[in-house]
Design a protein around this ligand. Sequence first.
Ligand SMILES: *[C@@H]1O[C@H](CO)[C@@H](O)[C@H](O)[C@H]1NC(C)=O
Ligand SMILES: *[C@@H]1O[C@H](CO)[C@@H](O)[C@H](O)[C@H]1NC(C)=O
Ligand SMILES: *[C@@H]1O[C@H](CO)[C@@H](O)[C@H](O)[C@H]1NC(C)=O
Length: 276
Amino acid sequence: MNLFTGFLLLGLALASVSGAPAPPHGSAADDGAAVPDRCEGIEFDAITPDEKGSHFFFKGAYLWKGFRGSAQLSNESFKELDDIHHIGHVDAAFRMHNTKNPEDHDHIYFFLDDKVFSYYNHTLEEGYPKEIQEDFPGVPSHLDAAVECPTGECMADSVLFFKGQDVHVYDIDTKTLKTKTWSHLPVCTSALRWLEHYYCFNGHNFTRFNPVTGEVRGLYPKDARDYFMSCDSFGHGGDHKVPKCSEIKLDAISTDATGKKYLFAGPSLHASGHSA
Ligand SMILES: *[C@@H]1O[C@H](CO)[C@@H](O)[C@H](O)[C@H]1NC(C)=O
Ligand SMILES: *[C@@H]1O[C@H](CO)[C@@H](O)[C@H](O)[C@H]1NC(C)=O
Ligand SMILES: *[C@@H]1O[C@H](CO)[C@@H](O)[C@H](O)[C@H]1NC(C)=O
């Protein structure tokens, strides 16, 4: 039942490293503020994939590209986030799944206070930032987290917006909102859809939940450092312990909606099934 059994970090690394060159991080220390280390157990502000399937983890003015590597200033990848608003952090982010509307599909939306930013190919779309109310009527400002939920996994192509213990389920077609309260979940400060599963991050922990009912099955929370990043003395060990591609047996290959392939290895990994 526990789909995480045998979840090998290498699978994550393979998926994220391809197409996302290692970022330079020399300039990160220039402002004097300490560059955050995600292996120290930080709480992310937001997590989202981009249109290429690379995952971005945000904290303060910094981001990490993919599941390994060090932090860089987020304004190096998404320059207007900081330029225009001078906030130095994002509240929430998600990648839009809206195949009916190619102009929005696969765009990354960032939420900062009462503003929304839409990026494609790391370029800010014309007309942004906008008021959240213009694009997503009814969605509150100062969000905690957001995650896309396509039809099949939710009733319709939707976005789940988290604020406190409330989740606002936004129907992309009808632009209508349904609010639920999931008080059994921790407050999600970031949320991620990964291989058709949904994860709520709180502190350095995460909890897998059903995107329709909020139900949690299995033993959660778990430490994100064991699964979503490569840290010495966590999970399967640091970079030096990750076996070479040629040494592992690939058990599953999964392709997501963008056509990106994810490779998995390990004893009982279940890459694409649903249990909840
Ligand atoms: C990026 O952010 C850093 C730290 O907030 C700041 O010092 C720097 O000037 C910013 N760069 C640009 C191009 O806005
Ligand atoms: C993406 O952006 C880069 C540079 O910002 C540009 O060179 C490239 O043509 C863009 N690609 C697409 C598909 O728009
Ligand atoms: C993370 O979860 C563990 C239980 O697995 C709990 O003891 C700990 O307090 C949690 N930490 C945070 C920061 O939420």
